[in-house]
Ligand binder design. Structure first.
Ligand code: ANZ
Ligand code: ZN
Length: 809
């Protein structure tokens, strides 16, 4: 037995110090030649006051294992870390405690950095960024100015969540079940001037470029659904007795003959003017009530409400009078904010028509038969057209595709493509965010702060509370607000809204590689050297917004020539969440948070790293159970003992050892390649047990096999890997070893010759794998003597490696 037991404390301390003095070289090979780069990125954390729990560790361990694996494969590793540090929690803490958010944020960063260092990940801290650092947000503001100049940032009155009691605008996250998170008052809508980003201009590219990406199909589909492309038509309905037309957007122009009424969003520009003397009061009340409802309420599938305007439109195809209604189930900012209603074939229209007694005309018939008494809409686009004039008898599926073009040819409207994607509401009435670098001049309008004056620093304030007028606390600082117009020099006022937290996270990955450049967002030279990201690792909760915004920013920066690639993340991996017992999310309030600190102390970093992977497939959620860490810890101890027993024995590699070595390389490599990190860990355990078996027979294991084990283990458990490597007599770090290769031939079992007997008489000799199973041996034996098996078999015997005997009657 080995006399030196596995001492994780001593080993991990020793190697931390070594790496400190002599860092692993990420960039160059032994001869100093620069290697091909590989950029592995983590979704950077928000520096929360709660610190990290074992769930946060998992993602960082996965990305570190991947980075170290790539390093061993010979790449130059770009693996940075930073802080997404603007945002509400720091601000709310400031409101409560009166501590400046910059101070609490800096404290949190310090604590989390300490915790991250416990992981022993290969982060290059020289690349660190912090979104709240003026040297960083200078460029967040610069991008905004560029967008403004390109017409992509614009102002718009927009209904936002509004708490009438707190007198403040609320972010969606602050609205809980339609109520204000702070005071519980029902949230309403208020029209406020907002800054918007025209992400819709990029809708088509954001959709079609998904094809270029090596991302999980699930995430690509979520993005595609969010962008929501649909083909349809805009149809112009003349208004009876007026000059104007109402344009509707429909994906089903084939059903035009069945349009028996029309509905406008209450906010539609014509809504008020369509009222007649008799309907005016009801119409205005309806419009007002709708404006007070939150979107949450409007989206809910409640009973339909509506009001008849008193006006009619003319169905352009058949000249029928169609009554114009208002209802809040039509959204103002989708399509044209007006729809033609086909109650026979649309659920919502059916419900509305039934409630208000509007006629229902069926135009698509399954099997050609009209339904006598419709009790629900027929929503399939399969059947033949009826009640549709010249379209009668056509297949509806065919007509659906042709109708937009027919309508366009006849001058009744246009074939269109529509996207669900909305422009992005980019302003927040908050303190702790990047000031929007715009000056409002009475003469020149909205003018950007000149680029050379950036960063526009966030000023100190006395109170972090929102002002109550829907403006940010910045509005209360006169000396900051009042300024000169950069164009004409007249007195002007600064924009007081700040940017959303997404602003910094939409482009931070570009800045890491040139984080101190005060001339450019990123130099071309550094960008060429290290960008774009090869692998992005983070939680699936960011599948849509963060990833979509980052793709949008990247495309914009590509378009203005700041970078020369237009997709930021080549490959994406989403890790599952670590939960407490019964799948409950870890949170302070549930009291089920497991801190990594104690586990590191008791078992060591290497054991915790391996256990984070061993808990389950990395892409799935997993329940944490402390007890499981014993298993990986035991594996490391057994491996350690094997190395200690073998290192001075100097045995020659036997065939078994060589076979085991190649199988180990094969298993670990293929499992890593398929991101099956949990089975990679179990692979180590199984092969180690095999080696221990062999060592029992042969006395010890050869150095090459154990050295190979150390290299394979190095991405997972870097400290013990280094120590084993050194104990086996190697000089220098295990991270200079390079990833081992395997030889399929060497993995094969030895073949042996086995005689096949029938009733004790040898009839054939076959060659089989030495460790063939009983079933396989007998099956192969019977095949070899098949023509001689003429009777009934009463017994089949396999004496391993010796003989196969078939007893026949
Ligand atoms: C007539 C029709 C008949 C429709 C039918 C559907 C079925 P997607 O696929 O999501 O783009 N629509 C259009 N604008 C709307 C708005 N602002 N608010 C609410 N609904 C709106 O859906 C397009 C369909 O949703 C359109 O096609 C329109 O109703 C409705 F049998 O027009 B349809
Ligand atoms: Zn001016």
């Amino acid at each position: 037995m080995s006399n030196v037991p596995y001492n994780h404390k001593a080993i991990e301390k020793k190697w931390r110090e070594r790496w400190e003095q002599n860092p692993v070289n990420l960039k160059a090979d032994e001869k100093g030649n620069k290697r091909e780069k590989y950029y592995c990125l983590d979704m950077f954390p928000y520096p929360s006051g709660n610190g990290l729990h074992v769930g946060h560790w998992r993602g960082y361990v996965i990305s570190d294992v991947w980075s170290r694996y790539k390093l061993q494969q010979g790449y130059y590793i770009v693996h940075p870390m930073g802080w997404d540090a603007f945002g509400l929690p720091a601000e709310n803490y400031a409101i409560k405690m009166g501590v400046h958010p910059a101070i609490s944020t800096a404290e949190n960063v310090k604590n989390i950095k300490r915790q991250i260092n416990e992981i022993a990940a290969l982060y290059d801290w020289d690349m660190e960024v912090n979104t709240t650092d003026p040297e960083f947000y200078k460029w967040t503001q610069w991008i905004f100015v560029k967008m403004f100049k390109e017409g992509l940032a614009y102002e718009k009155e927009f209904p936002i969540n509004w708490c009438p009691s707190c007198k403040t605008g609320l972010a969606n996250e602050e609205v809980v079940n339609g109520k204000c998170e702070r005071c519980g008052t029902e949230v309403t809508k208020k029209n406020l001037r907002q800054w918007m980003l025209r992400i819709t201009k990029y809708a088509e590219r954001l959709l079609s470029d998904l094809d270029k990406l090596d991302w999980p199909e699930k995430v690509k589909k979520m993005q595609a659904d969010w962008i929501g492309k649909s083909y349809g038509a805009e149809v112009d309905f003349p208004i009876e007795g007026r000059e104007e037309k109402i344009t509707v957007y429909t994906t089903r122009p084939d059903t035009l003959y069945g349009a028996t009424f029309m509905v406008l969003a209450p906010e539609h520009e014509l809504s008020k003017s369509l009222a007649t003397d008799e309907t005016r009061e009801a119409v205005e009340k309806y419009i007002y009530d709708a404006s007070m409802k939150s979107n949450v309420d409007r989206m809910q599938d409640k009973e339909k409400t509506g009001v008849f305007t008193g006006s009619y439109a003319i169905n352009p195809l058949n000249g029928e009078k169609t009554p114009i209604w208002l209802s809040d189930y039509v959204l103002a900012d989708y399509g044209t904010g007006a729809i033609m209603c086909v109650p026979a074939h649309d659920d919502r229209d059916f419900e509305f028509a039934t409630k208000f007694g509007i006629p229902i005309v069926q135009v698509i018939a399954k099997d050609g038969k009209e339904i006598e008494n419709m009790t629900e809409a027929y929503t399939e686009a399969a059947g033949t057209m009826i009640n549709s004039g010249e379209w009668n008898g056509m297949e509806s599926a065919v007509l659906k595709k042709e109708a937009p073009h027919i309508i366009e040819k006849r001058g009744l409207g246009r074939a269109t493509v529509n996207y669900k994607l909305r422009d992005w509401v980019f302003s927040r009435q908050r303190y702790w965010g990047e000031p929007i670098p715009i000056v409002h001049c009475p003469d020149c309008g909205a003018v950007p702060v000149p680029e050379e004056e950036l960063p526009l620093r966030l000023p100190e304030v006395e109170s972090y509370e929102p002002t109550g007028t829907g403006e940010s606390p910045l509005a209360g600082i006169d000396e900051w607000v009042n300024c000169k117009c950069p164009v004409c020099g007249k007195p002007a006022k600064r924009e007081t809204n700040t940017m959303p937290q997404w602003a910094g996270s939409s482009w931070y990955f570009l800045r890491y590689v040139d984080n101190h450049n005060d001339k450019e967002l990123v130099s071309r030279e550094k960008a060429d050297e290290m960008l774009p990201v090869d692998m992005y690792i983070g939680g699936v909760e960011h599948a849509v917004l963060h990833l979509l915004y980052s793709r949008f920013y990247t495309k914009f920066l590509y378009d203005i020539g700041a970078i020369d690639f237009d997709e930021p993340f080549h490959k994406l991996f989403n890790q599952g969440m670590i939960t407490g017992k019964n799948g409950i999310k870890m949170s302070k309030s549930k009291g089920n948070v497991v801190s990594p600190d104690d586990l590191v102390r008791d078992y060591g970093c290497d054991s915790l790293r391996m256990y984070e992977l061993f808990v389950g497939p990395p892409e799935l959620d997993a329940e944490w159970d402390d007890r499981g860490i014993d298993g990986v810890n035991r594996f490391l101890k057994r491996l350690w003992n094997l190395v200690m027993d073998s290192k001075d024995a100097d045995v020659k590699a036997t065939k078994d050892m060589i076979k085991e070595r190649h199988r180990l390389v094969y298993d670990i490599t293929t499992r890593l390649e398929s991101f099956s990190l949990n089975t990679a860990i179990s692979g180590f355990m199984e092969h180690n047990n095999k080696l221990i078996e062999i060592a029992k027979k042969e006395g010890a294991i050869d150095k090459e096999t154990l050295s190979t084990m150390a290299v394979l283990l190095s991405p997972f458990a870097p400290h013990i890997a280094e120590e084993i490597w050194e104990q086996l007599g190697h000089e220098g770090s295990v991270f200079t070893a390079g990833w081992p290769t395997y030889d399929m031939e060497a993995m094969k079992d030895d073949e042996i010759e086995v005689p096949v007997q029938i009733n004790g008489k040898t009839r054939a000799v076959i060659s089989v794998a030495a460790d063939i199973s009983k079933e396989d041996a007998i099956a192969e034996g019977k095949e070899a003597v098949a023509d001689k098996l003429t009777g009934t078999i009463v017994k089949e015997i396999y004496v391993p490696k010796k003989i196969i005997n078939i007893v026949m009657k």
